[in-house]
Design a protein around this ligand. Structure first.
Ligand SMILES: Cc1cc2nc3c(=O)[nH]c(=O)nc-3n(C[C@H](O)[C@H](O)[C@H](O)COP(=O)(O)OP(=O)(O)OC[C@H]3O[C@@H](n4cnc5c(N)ncnc54)[C@H](O)[C@@H]3O)c2cc1C
Length: 185
């Protein structure tokens, strides 16, 4: 078991958690950050690192992984301590008024405040109801795009008609040999 004491404990190292480190740092508060993923960046890193984002102030366009790199760099001067690959499993209020949180691998952190930046929590694929689809998931069915290069020169069908489908259709158009798509019914 490892034990730590800090000013602020942040649950989640997604974009919100990372910027919270910066904001706390500006107020001279030290942060520890816990994330269930083994990387910083939350959904941006895990689900769409290469996808361009168009709605970040002062960035007409920025790839998700670059946004996370910038947020990480922005937080770095405040020396956050990251505890990755472990889930916050509970917390208790101590008599002193401070909080004690525990993680799935036994890390214990006491803090004066907790910021919950857990986003959508643990996320997984939203599978369409097609029997046997799991058999294709290693080769040809994907729920997010980690590396655009994996689709270069291929015929790509995008299932879905939401923001992400449009984003990926625009982004894929540069490298795929053909893009087809339509909303799920
Ligand atoms: C495909 C896709 C495309 C998107 N495109 C855009 C876009 O173009 N523009 C835009 O503005 N938004 C976009 N979004 C939404 C955007 O990614 C989210 O709004 C953003 O990631 C939320 O940030 P967050 O830090 O609040 O949460 P998240 O990114 O969800 O991060 C939360 C983190 O908390 C961790 N966590 C949760 N519970 C625990 C726990 N108990 N213990 C430890 N860790 C925990 C998770 O592992 C995760 O890493 C998109 C989302 C998706 C899925």
């Amino acid at each position: 078991m490892s034990f730590h004491s800090t000013d602020v404990l942040i649950v989640g190292a997604g974009p919100v958690g990372l910027f919270a480190v910066f904001e706390c740092g500006m107020l001279q508060m030290k942060c520890h950050v816990v994330d269930a993923l083994d990387m910083l960046g939350g959904q941006c890193s895990a689900l769409y690192p290469e996808k361009p984002i168009f709605d970040i102030p002062a960035h007409p366009q920025i790839a998700a992984m670059d946004l996370i790199a910038n947020l990480t760099e922005q937080a770095a001067p405040f020396h956050p301590v990251y505890h990755l690959d472990q889930q916050v499993t509970g917390f208790t209020r101590l008599e002193s008024g401070r909080f004690r949180i525990e993680t799935s691998i036994g890390t214990v952190i006491e803090a004066a405040a907790i910021v919950i930046a857990a986003g959508v929590g643990a996320f997984g694929p939203n599978r369409p109801p097609l029997s046997g689809i799991e058999d294709y998931e290693r080769e040809s069915v994907f729920y997010f795009v980690k590396r655009r290069q994996d689709f270069a020169g291929k015929r790509v069908v995008i299932a879905g008609g939401g923001d992400s489908a449009v984003d990926w259709a625009r982004s894929r158009a540069e490298t795929a040999s053909r893009i087809m798509g339509g909303p799920r019914r």
